[in-house]
Design a protein around this ligand. Structure first.
Ligand SMILES: Cc1cc2nc3c(=O)[nH]c(=O)nc-3n(C[C@H](O)[C@H](O)[C@H](O)COP(=O)(O)OP(=O)(O)OC[C@H]3O[C@@H](n4cnc5c(N)ncnc54)[C@H](O)[C@@H]3O)c2cc1C
Ligand code: FES
Length: 255
């Protein structure tokens, strides 16, 4: 798939929760086909210490508007600068990057699991699945009710189940503690979030013999396979997360 370097215009930047922003960027012309799970590398201008581009999952795509959305959590200088971008500002991207999630087989039931900002790639994946005749369930985990992200958007895709670590919304605990896992069966689980969460989900899937793909968020430098700083150990040797990932089948990872 052809990658491009392109400057897009900020057409919206909405703060959805403390430290979380959804930025919508429009291309001047037709945007390329973007597959769920793919990511972009963002050039953060005029910010000290952000020489390298920053990777973000594609949160949503609107082919009519030729726009894409990013869900950004402010954790440092680069994301702080992005959170301050205003309508009419421009952001340079390399995109679309990486591989993508695979579709389930016909009739298979799927579950999307997202933890914290790891829900970012699940919105576009959920819409993609729905457009292809699948109605996934969605299980999301957050620290507390103040940090629940995009609930109304995920509700449009399928049934949403919530866990919070402090029990302030949904069931108390981690996603793997949710009672829905004991009452529903799935053939495919997709997951993105903190590594500890993804490992717990992988362990659950292996025990239950459920196919599972996870999207890794390893630290990245170039995003295009040149620097090798994103390498992950797999059963078939070391792989670059930016080229051969970020989506991996759990059976390929040494987890
Ligand atoms: C494939 C991929 C997809 C991603 N998708 C999203 C997304 O949709 N939304 C989002 O908000 N973030 C996402 N991230 C993480 C995001 O790239 C980083 O948070 C961002 O680069 C931090 O930049 P910064 O300059 O603000 O912070 P920095 O000053 O670079 O770092 C601040 C802190 O964040 C930590 N950090 C930086 N990058 C990562 C990372 N990849 N994983 C864990 N900790 C990190 C640093 O170690 C440091 O402690 C993704 C990362 C990858 C690899
Ligand atoms: S980020 Fe440079 S090789 Fe993956």
């Amino acid at each position: 798939m052809t990658k491009r370097i392109e400057t897009l215009k900020v057409i919206d930047n909405k703060q959805i929760k403390k430290d979380f922003f959804v930025i919508e960027l429009a291309a001047g012309g037709k945007i390329p086909e973007i597959k769920p799970g793919q990511f972009v590398e963002v050039k953060v201008e005029n910010t000290p210490g952000t020489f390298l581009r920053r990777p973000f999952s594609v949160h949503d795509v609107d082919y009519d508007k030729n726009s894409i959305k990013l869900l950004v959590q402010v954790v440092g200088n680069g994301t702080q600068t992005l959170s301050e971008m205003a309508q009419g500002d421009h952001i340079n991207l390399i995109y679309p990057l990486g591989n993508c999630f695979s579709l389930p087989d016909a009739g298979e039931r799927s579950l999307l699991i997202g933890g914290g900002c790891g829900i970012a790639p699940m919105l576009y994946l959920g819409k993609f699945l729905k457009n292809n005749g699948f109605v996934p369930d969605i299980l999301v985990g957050f620290r507390n009710s103040e940090r629940i992200l995009e609930y109304s958007e995920y509700k449009k895709i399928g049934e949403v189940f919530i866990t919070t670590e402090d029990g302030s919304e949904g069931e108390k605990g981690f996603v793997t503690d949710h009672s829905m896992l004991t009452s529903r069966n799935y053939e495919m689980i997709y997951c993105c979030g903190p590594e500890a969460m993804m490992k717990a989900v992988a362990k659950y899937c292996k025990k239950k013999r459920i196919a599972c793909e996870v999207s890794l968020e390893n630290l990245m430098g170039c995003g295009i396979g040149a620097c090798l700083c994103c390498v992950v150990e797999t059963v078939n040797g070391n792989k670059s997360t930016c080229i051969e990932g970020p989506v991996f089948n759990i059976n390929d990872l040494k987890w």
